[in-house]
Design a protein around this ligand. Structure first.
Ligand SMILES: [Zn+2]
Length: 301
């Protein structure tokens, strides 16, 4: 967990583990969810979004694509890989591979994202979203557009999407918007203009953008805060740096316990990241890493 030391008044009594109120957007500035959409899409685009991810019944043929089969090479290849990775789960041998291949084919046949047509692909190319297929990565030069430019076929793109990470949320947005445009339908929700929330009063959005968090009050005390959430205190307020370090190195801290010297160096330094990986130490908690790095620095100087 990310940790930092804050100087707060000795009588600061904000509840431990509760995000400091000044760090949170006040209730009056929080917009209402849009009553007409989930994510800012128009009803038609929302429907397309559900087809994209297979949340609603979809067939490859409905988009001019062909159903995958258990012996489609890309399906078979992923099935072989899955079975080889987890034989305890899938079993072994041809039967297990065939079963997994059929499961994958059924799953992927129900999702638009694996069955693009050429219009969908053209939209992705226009948005420069298919680097694996339209660019070449050369050492020292990075990703350069293939010259002359290539437009991959729908078949190539669908095959590519099966073998790797596939399309991300940006690609789904590009394809859905392009299809809405071709069909002459608005892709964004008319009620909220795509925000997915509506203002409770005119100007609320601008007020929220202008809002700045308020720091907790400053004082003579020392307190440990976690920074994984917006920020909340996790230790009692200590009267001195040493007292806070002592609290941190008390064995009662259990999992969060750190050696006294580490704690003292951390308090001096004031903050630590969640976790740090280095060749010398492997993955250690941020507090430990800061303590370790400080001793190393002192040893050298
Ligand atoms: Zn809406």
């Amino acid at each position: 967990m990310g940790r930092e030391v804050r100087r707060v008044p000795l009588d600061f009594d904000w509840p431990l583990g509760k995000v400091w109120e000044g760090f949170l957007l006040p209730e009056r500035l929080r917009e209402e969810p849009c009553p007409d959409c989930e994510s800012g899409y128009s009803p038609h685009a929302e429907h397309l979004f559900n087809l994209w991810w297979g949340h609603l019944p979809f067939t490859p043929e409905s988009n001019g694509s062909t159903s995958l089969r258990s012996d489609t090479p890309a399906v078979r290849a992923v099935a072989e890989r899955n079975v080889a990775h987890a034989p305890a789960y899938y079993g072994a041998g041809e039967d297990a591979i065939a079963r997994e291949a059929q499961r994958l084919a059924n799953l992927w046949n129900g999702m638009w994202c694996y069955h693009l047509n050429q219009d969908d692909v053209d939209a992705l190319v226009a948005a420069d979203r298919l680097w694996d297929l339209t660019r070449t990565c050369r050492p020292g030069e990075g990703w350069k557009k293939t010259d002359p430019p290539v437009v991959p076929t729908a078949e190539q793109v669908n095959e590519w999407s099966l073998r790797g990470f596939g399309h991300d949320a940006i690609n789904s947005g590009v394809v859905i918007s392009a299809r809405c445009e071709r069909e002459g339908v608005d892709a964004t929700c008319a009620t909220c203009k795509g925000h997915a929330t509506i203002q409770s009063y005119p100007g609320q959005r601008a007020d929220a953008e202008a809002w700045e968090p308020t720091e907790p009050p400053k004082g003579a005390g020392w307190q440990l805060w976690e920074t994984v959430s917006e920020g909340s205190p996790v230790s009692p307020v200590a009267a001195s740096a040493d007292a806070l370090a002592e609290w941190m190195s008390n064995p009662e801290r259990g999992r969060d316990w750190v050696p006294a010297e580490t704690a003292r160096q951390f308090v001096e330094r004031g903050w630590a990241p969640s976790g740090v990986f280095s060749a010398q130490t492997g993955l250690v908690s941020g507090v430990e890493y800061v303590g370790w790095a400080e001793s190393e620095r002192r040893d050298r100087s």
